[in-house]
Design a protein around this ligand. Structure first.
Ligand code: SF4
Length: 478
């Protein structure tokens, strides 16, 4: 488990993606084609960045790691909460000061006036997932290089900002819900599901390019296909329904790890439990419950607020006893009483969730929740946060301790001077814990090995490799 929740402030900076991009491109950079790229915000934004960069690289532009080396800088912004807006504005300012030629895109792009007020000299501003617009703007300010197929071969996979062995697979844009603390629907619009055939094509390409773990993301993964009435599409010449179950079935046939994020506890999720129990997709669900008090959930206008969550979790565990549930919660939402908060702590006790993140409520510019009465004081928010973390830390420590002696498949993320660091099926990259294989150097990132757990703390596990002779086949038991 991790207590470090997703935060829109967690950024991918110029350096991180470029390190990966540089490895892909040993080619001499040509003046007049060099683009710097800063990607801020959540994994969904990261996917947008990947698409923009893929297109630019396909057209022959070079991507470079420093402001100085760039002929133009693109900043993909986040506008989720006030601090993310500020960070985006600061980053634009930095890019302008260091380079001078800046195109802004991403969530904050819908607030053009706000950006222009602070930074009147940016070259262009486009909104979220406006890939074509961004690329068109680049053409205007940096003429398109002559295509040279020998220098500008883009791998089939496109440009990835994540390590080579895992990739985010975005299945839809927008959201039909209207949670009172969130402004994503006003920025990204209602749910638009991608055609299932195109998602499966992308998944297949990623697998062919060496990706071993797919992280399925969207604003509401369980709603996939609802906007197109679950219509039948085609993939590889075969009919396939546009819904979460069909998507999971098909992804599950690819023989790689498939991990679901941002799922809501709807009855439709029951249908994918057998796939998890059979090891077709990872028995891992990321469900942002946000609270447990029905009154607060109603004030939040949360999807599935009326569902009997505890009953549902019990039923899932009956079908798939190994299921790991990750969630995030908000404490100090306006109107939250001690009784509401106690319900949340009781829920943690009862639900025994594996991985939990928590954040203190804060106003988001433009969100309906800002107008709710009875705000909780900052001191009380902090106290509740501390009590929440203390409770979850006990639960997590006990849950991880119970794994000592058990064997799991571990996917290796990196090999450090101290040894290898990886994750088992219970750990999503960047947000959950790690499995440390101290003094293990005979592995490479992306390898999947069996390991026996020998030690634990409240978030992480330590393990030793077993089955020395050969790596385990992905299709075997998880
Ligand atoms: S489900 Fe709620 S929190 Fe999530 S994107 Fe939709 S409106 Fe925002």
């Amino acid at each position: 488990m991790t207590v470090e929740t997703f935060t829109p402030n967690k950024t991918t900076t110029l350096e991180t993606p470029i390190k990966i991009l540089e490895a892909d491109s040993p080619v001499q950079k040509t003046k007049g084609t060099r683009i710097g790229f800063v990607s801020l915000g959540c994994p969904k934004n990261l996917v947008d960045s990947e698409r923009i960069l893929t297109q630019l690289r396909t057209e022959g532009y070079d991507v470079v790691p420093t402001y100085n080396d760039s002929d133009l800088v693109i900043v993909n912004t986040c506008g989720f909460i006030d601090s993310a807006v500020q960070e985006s504005l600061d980053t634009i300012g930095e890019a302008l000061a260091e380079n001078g030629k800046v195109i802004v895109t991403g969530c904050l792009g819908i607030k053009e006036d706000e950006i222009r007020e602070v930074h009147p000299n940016v070259l262009a501003i486009t909104g979220p997932h406006a890939y074509e617009e961004v690329v068109n703007q680049v053409h205007q300010h940096l003429p398109q290089p002559e295509h040279n197929p020998y220098l500008n071969l883009v791998p089939d996979i496109g440009i990835k900002l994540t390590p080579r062995h895992y990739a985010y697979l975005k299945i839809s844009e927008g959201c039909n819900h209207r949670c009172t603390f969130c402004i994503i629907p006003s920025m990204r619009g209602d749910l638009v599901s991608r055609p299932i055939g195109s998602i499966l094509d992308e998944a297949q390409r990623l697998k062919n390019a060496g990706v071993k773990e797919l992280l399925v993301i969207s604003q509401d993964t369980s709603a996939y296909g609802v906007d197109v009435k679950n219509k039948t599409d085609f993939w590889n010449g075969m009919p396939v329904k546009t819904d979460m179950k069909s998507l999971c079935e098909k992804l599950g046939e690819m023989g790689i790890w498939v991990r679901l994020h941002y799922v809501y506890p709807y009855p439709s999720v029951d249908k994918i439990m057998p796939l998890m129990a059979e090891g077709k997709i990872l028995p891992y669900l990321d469900i942002p419950f946000q609270h447990a008090s029905p009154r607060i959930l109603k004030l939040m206008k949360r999807p599935a607020a009326a569902e009997r969550t505890m009953d549902r979790i019990r039923a899932w565990r009956e079908v798939c006893p190994d299921i790991v549930i990750r969630s995030t919660f908000i404490v100090g939402f306006p109107g939250e009483t001690e009784e509401d908060f106690q319900m949340l702590l009781d829920f943690l006790d009862e639900a025994q969730l594996d991985r939990v993140g928590c954040f203190k409520y804060s106003d988001v510019d433009g969100a309906k929740a800002n107008d709710l009465p009875d705000p909780v004081s900052e001191d009380l928010k902090q106290l509740r946060y501390n009590r929440f973390m203390e409770k979850q830390s006990e639960i997590s420590t006990a849950k991880l301790q119970a794994k000592i002696g058990l064997e799991y498949q571990v996917i290796i993320d990196e090999v450090t001077p101290e040894g290898a660091v990886g994750r088992c099926y219970a750990d999503a990259p960047e947000i959950d814990g790690n499995v440390h294989l101290t003094d293990e150097f005979d592995v490479e990132p992306g390898d999947i090995i069996w390991a026996q757990i020998i030690h634990s703390n409240e978030y992480d596990l330590w393990a030793v490799k077993v089955d020395d002779d050969e790596d385990v086949e992905l299709t075997e038991e998880l």
